[in-house]
Design a protein around this ligand. Structure first.
Ligand SMILES: Nc1nc2c(ncn2[C@@H]2O[C@H](COP(=O)(O)OP(=O)(O)OP(=O)(O)O)[C@@H](O)[C@H]2O)c(=O)[nH]1
Ligand SMILES: [Mg+2]
Length: 546
């Protein structure tokens, strides 16, 4: 019997037992088992009764939550083209050759954009390089207009900045072409009668070329735009979504549809056998950049303990490891001040009077000396803390001189600001008129005459500077790893330096005269032991303002 049914063999049952219990204890240790399953398993009670903070803060480097994150995207949006007009004639009983009744083409779909709270990354847009709205349907007989193209709604996270790189607008190009042709013929409108442009006209399907040999085409209607075009943002697009939006805004309006054949009814052509094609949709290439909007930004060297601190302050499961550059992309954690159960930990009100229930924190990859020269992971991640209201400098007490570490972090911040301002200047650079030797007319002036693009960008309003200088932000220092032996001396040194800053006896590490130094503090903590961190929410909230 046992050799036929090994499952009934009592020996094999016994052999399987330790394996199962080993598995269940591992699972219970990771905290992955729900209440009902742990009840049945033989997990040791000791691992279940461990305090939550210990398992979360001193976890293995492999135990972390992963989120897909992308903070840059370049997409081309293309609004829908219009449907073509229809060539049709009424045909009924006893009416063999009725009047023209072709409908107009439908308008193309629009592209809208909305900043919403739920989104945290641009990865969905980044992997779609081209986003098209639907095309308008063609007009139909019996005077039926074509159906509108489908609209597209892009949802981006709050904190996204959108810049236009290039644009292709067929209607604008056609308008320009016509105005150039009109100028060439001394203000007279371009003569298009008797000619036809293949890209503009639709001919009756079953007609032969001879049908059009003697017929005269009417003049081409002027390029048209949909009414919604007026509510499009002016070119070049520069949008900064720092607030969630209740309703989407229009980014690119769909093109209008073509005209059906009744539009071309004249005395000389009672049965027009032509209609116009719909206008082509415009396409705009946009660069999107996400600058996470957190209330507090952590700035520190690699391995300083930023992610551990984030785990101690919030329920974040940011990766922690004992090597440098564990964090490769920003983590956002939420520090809950009031969980609506009993008395809140810290009571604070916004300027609007509503209570502040949570504070968001951004933990970014570490900065090393020379990050502005692209050492380590570079300075790019600082854009996620540049909009934070408060900066927390996380300094490791167990390695090197904490004062030097703080100063070099400030140096890198200053370099970041310099590079950012340079980029802003480049973007808004004005056109300088330059006159080469021997030329009577300035070169740029000549360009302006025939290229309206140069004129437009020169006269466009400069966008407002969205950020205050970093040195004017409130900041404080968190001295981590205070549990390690021999860190008292380093802490005393750091405290002395901060005291000197408060007294204004030492220069501000940013080197700026008007830098913020109202209430500087250094908070010693041990994030792994969850000691001292309870001071951070209180101190942060005191610095936050609306
Ligand atoms: N003893 C002690 N160790 C700590 C403390 N905080 C963090 N650590 C340890 O320091 C190491 C680095 O911690 P992380 O939180 O990954 O440091 P990080 O600043 O996020 O590092 P990067 O992501 O690489 O920039 C880990 O091994 C932590 O366990 C602390 O307060 N005390
Ligand atoms: Mg980290």
């Amino acid at each position: 019997m046992p050799f036929l049914y090994p499952c009934l063999d009592s020996l094999s049952l016994l052999r399987r037992q330790p394996l199962f219990s080993r598995y269940s204890s591992q699972v219970a240790k990771r905290g992955l088992v729900t209440a009902s399953t742990t009840h049945e398993s033989e997990a040791p009670t000791a691992s279940r009764s461990e305090p939550r903070s210990d398992t979360l803060l001193d976890s293995a480097a492999t135990d972390y939550g992963r989120t897909i994150f992308q903070d840059k995207a370049e997409v081309t949006i293309s609004s829908g083209s219009g449907g073509h007009g229809c060539i049709s004639f009424l045909r009924e009983k006893y009416i063999e050759m009725g009047p023209a009744n072709g409908g107009d083409g439908g308008t193309g779909g629009n592209i809208y954009i909305q900043a919403v709270r739920g989104e945290t990354s641009l990865h969905k847009l980044a992997r779609r390089r081209l986003i098209r709205a639907g095309r308008g349907r063609n007009g139909q007989g019996k005077g039926k207009g074509g159906q509108r193209g489908e609209d597209v709604l892009l949802q981006v996270p709050v904190g996204t900045v959108i810049r236009e790189i290039s644009r292709h607008d067929p209607v604008a190009e056609e308008e320009k072409r016509q105005s150039v042709a009109a100028e060439a013929s001394d203000g007279q409108p371009e003569e298009t009668k008797g000619t036809w442009r293949r890209d503009k006209w639709i001919l009756y399907p079953s007609s032969a070329p001879s049908d059009y040999a003697n017929s005269e085409f009417p003049s081409l209607p002027k390029p048209r735009r949909s009414n919604l075009f007026m509510s499009q943002p002016p070119a070049p697009i520069y949008l900064d979504f720092s607030e969630p939006m209740e309703s989407p805004i229009l980014l690119a309006a769909g093109a209008v549809g073509g005209l059906g054949n009744p539009h071309f009814l004249t005395r000389s052509t009672p049965r027009p056998k032509f209609a116009t094609k719909g206008e082509a949709g415009m396409s705009v290439t946009l660069e999107m950049e996400l600058k996470l909007l957190a209330d507090v930004g952590f700035v520190g060297m690699p391995n300083a303990g930023k992610s551990t601190l984030l785990r101690a302050l919030s329920r974040s499961r940011a990766r922690v490891g004992e090597w440098a550059f564990t964090t490769l992309q920003p983590n956002i954690g939420t520090m809950v001040l009031d969980d609506s159960r009993g008395r809140p930990q810290v009571q604070n009100f916004k300027a609007s009077g509503e209570p502040r229930t949570q504070v968001s924190i951004a933990d970014i990859p570490g900065l090393i000396e020379g990050a502005h020269l692209d050492k380590g992971l570079g300075l790019g991640f600082l854009r996620h803390v540049e909009r934070a209201q408060v900066l927390a400098f996380v300094v490791d007490l167990s390695v090197g001189d904490p004062v030097e570490a703080l100063q070099s972090l400030w140096h890198e911040l200053a370099q970041f600001e310099k590079i950012r301002n340079m980029e802003t200047n480049q973007r808004s650079e004005r056109i300088v008129t330059w006159r080469p030797l021997g030329e009577t007319q300035p070169l740029i002036q000549r360009e302006q005459d025939d290229a309206s693009v140069v004129e437009e960008s020169g006269t466009a309003k400069l966008p407002e500077l969205p950020n205050a200088p970093i040195s004017t932000k409130p900041w404080f220092v968190v001295a981590t790893k205070a549990d390690l032996p021999g860190t008292e001396e380093n802490f005393a040194r750091l405290q002395g330096y901060i005291h000197g800053l408060n007294e204004r006896s030492v220069e501000h590490p940013s080197g700026q005269q008007n830098a913020w130094r109202e209430r500087l503090a250094v908070i010693p903590v041990s994030a792994v032991r969850n000691e001292g961190v309870e001071r951070i929410p209180e101190w942060t909230v005191g610095l936050l303002k609306d």
